[in-house]
Ligand binder design. Sequence first.
Ligand code: HEC
Length: 190
Amino acid sequence: MKTQTQHLLRNLVIIMASCLFSIACTSEKQLEELVQTPGEETTMEEPVQSEEPAALLPGLPKDVAGYTQWLKLNAEPIPPVPGGDPHNGTKNVYVNKTREVIAPNGKQEFPYPDGSIVVKDATRPGKDFVGLVAIMRKKAGVDPDHNDWEFIEYVRNASDADFREIARDGVCWGCHTQAEDIDYVFTELE
Ligand code: HEC
């Protein structure tokens, strides 16, 4: 009887010891996580903070948020084309790539890389707000006949109105094929 009780006690001690050990291990792990978390958070926060000032005009897709901070292709605003302008207004054209990426040797190279987004905005004649936003998005496989560009245009008639889609693709290629040799984008990097 005595030896059985001793056995039992010894086993209990072993079980308790291993429990304590694993608890200690777990809390050590948790502690490590706790210690690591603040570091991870700071690195996670950085891109979020830099995206904060990127304003998104109402009604436009999220991937063009902050486009006016992207690389501008034109040096001076592009004036309305006299006698009929397909994108009527004073225009600026931006791309979500750096100068180094699209003009690695100082001169622009074509085609644009996959994932490129070209945004043109236009302030209508006599107005003081952006009334038109035309977007070209390069997505691998979306339209191999037109260098995989997706074309979409949005307009609004008041500075507090949402943009709404007005046209896409087919209507746009008709003209933009004239710039086929420079990857369908008329405006070149200046
Ligand atoms: C009648 C011809 C014509 C049509 C149609 C047209 N575009 Fe354009 N687009 C131009 C020209 C010319 C430019 C060059 C800059 C300027 O004067 O606006 C241009 C510029 C652009 C730009 C800036 C990049 C570049 O090519 O210079 C975008 C983006 C764009 N168009 C998108 C569209 C979309 C989207 C559509 C269809 C909904 C469309 N375009 C239809 C003629 C056209």
